[in-house]
Write a protein that binds this ligand. Structure first.
Ligand code: UDP
Length: 498
């Protein structure tokens, strides 16, 4: 089945333009649209993906579609609901293989399942499409349907692939071999990062970066009272004054030395508002480099205790510094047993630390019952960071880095592919060249915590970089450029064009 999704964000461009710091970028988008919109010639754009809820694509889609509509683009959002549940298990396997995870190879049954479901979906979709419309399918799930429609009707079609890794292995090769006959028939393909383009599309695919919404709950500005209100409501600080709103039903939890998770404001105090704080917020995924980061932080503390740090003020800074790890409550994410395991092993490691070390590290889980509250917590915790770290061993893009950069928080990333697209080492932040090298992590943290002028500069440049390249307005603009180019050319009959 296919479903046309109507629920759209109600943010309008005029809401963004009301903020002085966003007015210029919105104006630029509007000017560009005046030029590009006529080239679209009144065609309807169909954006198709596989879920209306959960995951980055689903989060971005209503904003993208909502803003494009506000600009006058005729655009519809469609979600596919395949009739056979095995289809999504297969596409999940493809997804994992593209990320170099899982056993390579597909059976004939899998091939026929993918083709059969794609054909059924195309049967349903075909009647809705006008001959001049533009079809955009996202990721491998609706790719086969898009290819089938392209073959049947010759419609202009774009494949937007949000996933990839910057290496070629037997696993990635087998996923791309599977997708190649489908991906090759489109007019264009779009990836997030050049390194993710598979060999058969090199030179024939474009790049559009993921983006953030500066007015979302995760990114909007928080004035002091609001920030403190969130920390209080979420149980992230103890507060002796009344605040406007009452405690949220679901509180942030902190892992305690006795092995229990309790409300984060019980027991040891975090001191988010007072202490130099090194913060990493991510999913509980082993590839996020949690363990080496913890070890690197403890190494820096140990160096300080051994008298390695001479400057008195800096010594004090390191002595009172805290490391905050925060991620979603894994029990809220049914299909993520790996997440629970990763958190479990971090907790084990934490229990083996001495009392001082335990006091200096906070392992936090953030409830997911309310998306809004979860996002406000992420926002507030990021804003309390002296240095935000994203120590990923591998990273698709790393929106957590983008979010911190937008907030002018200096970021220590790694050279994982998605992060080095965003952070230029020494300009927009710093990079760990080896996220498993705990000495390098300790030294980079040491330098960043010492250098307050550098932190200001990295934060300022980082915000500018996000403003220029990774805000939703740029994202919309890049789509309009791509769509108007596609509209102006005759639809391809021979596969992907430059
Ligand atoms: N995030 C969140 N709640 C949490 C922890 C993380 O909303 O409790 C968000 C985080 O702010 C970011 C996203 O999850 O927007 C993670 O995206 P990223 O690109 O950093 O990594 P991914 O999870 O896609 O590997």
């Amino acid at each position: 089945m296919i479903e046309v999704v109507e629920a759209m964000e109600n943010m309008r461009l005029s809401d963004y333009a009301g903020y002085a710091y966003l007015a210029a970028t919105v104006r630029e988008l509007k000017l560009e649209t005046q030029m590009l919109l006529p080239r679209l010639g009144g065609r309807t754009v169909w954006m198709v993906n596989s879920t209306a809820d959960g995951g980055g694509v689903a989060e971005m889609m209503p904003k993208l579609v909502g803003l494009m509509r506000d600009l006058g683009v005729k655009i519809q959002w469609v979600v596919i609901h395949p009739s056979e549940s095995a289809f999504f298990s297969l596409t999940k396997r493809i997804h994992n293989l593209i990320h170099d995870f899982g056993a390579p190879g597909f059976t004939e049954q899998e091939q026929t399942l993918y083709e059969r479901v794609s054909r059924d979906l195309a049967d349903e979709m075909q009647g809705r499409l006008g001959a001049d419309d533009i079809l955009v399918v996202h990721d491998p799930q609706p790719l086969g349907m898009g290819a089938e429609l392209k073959r049947r009707t010759g419609i202009r079609a774009i494949w937007r692939c949000h996933i990839g890794v910057d290496k070629r292995t037997p696993a990635t090769a087998s996923a791309w071999d599977f997708l190649k006959p489908h991906a090759s028939v489109f007019d264009h393909a779009v990836f997030s990062v050049p390194e993710y383009i598979p060999h058969f599309l090199v030179g024939r695919a474009g790049i559009i970066s993921p983006s953030i919404d500066p007015l979302s709950h995760k990114n909007r500005e928080l004035h002091a009272h609001k920030l403190i209100g969130i920390l209080s409501n979420a149980g992230l600080m103890t507060n002796h004054h009344p605040v406007l709103t009452s405690h949220w039903q679901h509180q942030a939890q902190r892992f305690q030395p006795d092995g229990r998770f309790l409300n984060a404001n019980t027991g040891l105090k975090i001191g988010l508002l007072f202490r130099p704080t090194v913060t990493q917020i991510s999913r509980w995924d082993g590839l996020k480099g949690w363990e080496p980061l913890m070890e690197g932080f403890l190494r820096l503390k140990a160096r300080c205790a051994q008298g390695d740090i001479k400057d008195a003020r800096h010594k004090r800074r390191i002595e009172i510094a805290r490391l905050v790890f925060a991620g979603p409550d894994p029990s809220a994410i049914q299909d993520d047993p790996d997440g629970r395991e990763v958190l479990h092993s971090l907790c084990d490691k934490y229990r083996r630390l001495n009392r001082d070390e335990q006091e200096s590290i906070a392992l936090l889980t953030l409830p997911m019952a309310s998306r809004k509250e979860n996002h406000l917590m992420v926002n507030a915790i990021q804003r309390c960071a002296t240095v935000a770290v994203q120590n990923s061993l591998q990273e698709g893009f790393g929106l957590t880095a983008t979010e911190a950069m937008w907030k002018r928080i200096p970021v220590l990333g790694s050279t994982a592919c998605g992060l080095r697209q965003q952070i230029r080492d020494g300009i927009d932040g710093r990079l760990n060249h080896d996220p498993e090298d705990t000495d390098e992590i300790a030294e980079n943290l040491n330098q960043m915590l010492f250098d307050s002028v550098g932190r200001d500069t990295w934060g300022r440049n980082a915000q500018r970089r996000v403003y220029d390249r990774f805000l939703i307005f740029k994202h919309v603009q890049e789509w309009l450029e791509r769509l108007s180019e596609t509209a102006q050319r005759p639809p391809s009959t021979t596969g992907l064009q430059r």
